[in-house]
Design a protein around this ligand. Structure first.
Ligand code: SAH
Length: 255
């Protein structure tokens, strides 16, 4: 699933999510590169590089390329938050992406809507084994956790990324309806996943991501988002990654 010879990159979207991981990093070494901080070390004995993606597709792509070229990572796993747009996707749930599409990619009529020009690709799939391991890590890691009186549901499906914090019912409806019109059924919107997926696809690296749902991408999203990040997202990220690292350790010889 992940290479024993190359470290695993764990990308977080937000400093709050990364903090708990840096605290647990064994042999932590901080390296500044491309104006970003990277943390090399081990989590539970598993060699990792921790980084913040930064916000938006270009920033996340730069971070991903640096992780691959400069730090030689063998796979990228991403934790972040997102707006829930799927019918049953509620605040406090998590979405593990099976595919990633850029909802703001539109080079039509030169290329079909949503297609990444010159690649023939529209949605880029996550690595199936990594995504499965993330689903397992969510189910086990979030056992006993409640948000707003209910246990978080673990969803799997399409994630739509774009350079826009989506916070309005009308805007969400426009994005979702247009995606549906083209045969895509998104569960969540965020700002980085499809970019990281594309970079990993170009380099032939496994990629998977999990997003805790911080808001419903509606008129109250900007108010819901910071509270969730502060109180909930960091806890989710820590529990999910701890379980994920354990799963990786079980599935390969100890390093
Ligand atoms: N105030 C924040 C900025 C957050 S931008 C800060 O200073 O750090 C929103 C982040 O959460 C992005 O990483 C994006 O991927 C995700 N996100 C959460 N809800 C979203 C929504 N409704 N639309 C788009 N991105 C969302």
């Amino acid at each position: 699933m992940i290479s024993a010879a190359r470290p695993l990159a764990i990308l977080s979207a937000l400093a709050e999510e990364q903090a708990g991981l840096v605290d647990q990093l064994q042999g932590a070494q901080r390296v500044t590169h491309a104006g970003r901080e990277f943390w090399q070390g081990a989590l539970d004995g598993l060699p990792v590089v921790l980084a913040l993606s930064r916000i938006g597709k270009v920033a996340a792509a730069t971070t991903s390329a640096a992780l691959i070229e400069r730090f030689g990572v063998g796979a990228i796993v991403f934790t972040g938050v997102a707006g829930g747009v799927g019918r049953n996707v509620q605040v406090g749930d998590v979405v593990v992406g099976t595919g990633y599409v850029q909802h703001d990619m539109d080079a039509s009529p030169l290329f079909p809507r949503y297609q990444i020009p010159l690649t023939g690709q529209t949605a880029i799939g996550a690595d199936a084994a990594l995504a499965r391991a993330l689903v397992f890590a969510c189910v086990v890691g979030l056992q006993g956790v409640q948000h707003a009186g209910r246990a978080p549901m673990v969803h799997q499906g399409l994630v739509a990324s774009g350079d826009r914090f989506v916070n309005g019912q009308e805007e969400t409806a426009r994005i979702v309806d247009t995606l549906r019109l083209h045969g895509h059924e998104p569960l969540a919107v965020e700002m980085e996943g499809a970019a990281v997926a594309q970079v990993c696809h170009d380099y032939g690296l496994p990629f998977a991501a999990v997003r805790a749902i911080s808001d419903r991408a509606d008129d109250t999203a900007h108010a819901d988002f910071p509270v969730f990040v502060r109180d909930v997202a960091s806890v989710y990220a820590r529990r999910i990654i701890a379980e994920f690292v354990r799963t990786c350790q079980d599935s390969q010889p100890r390093l």
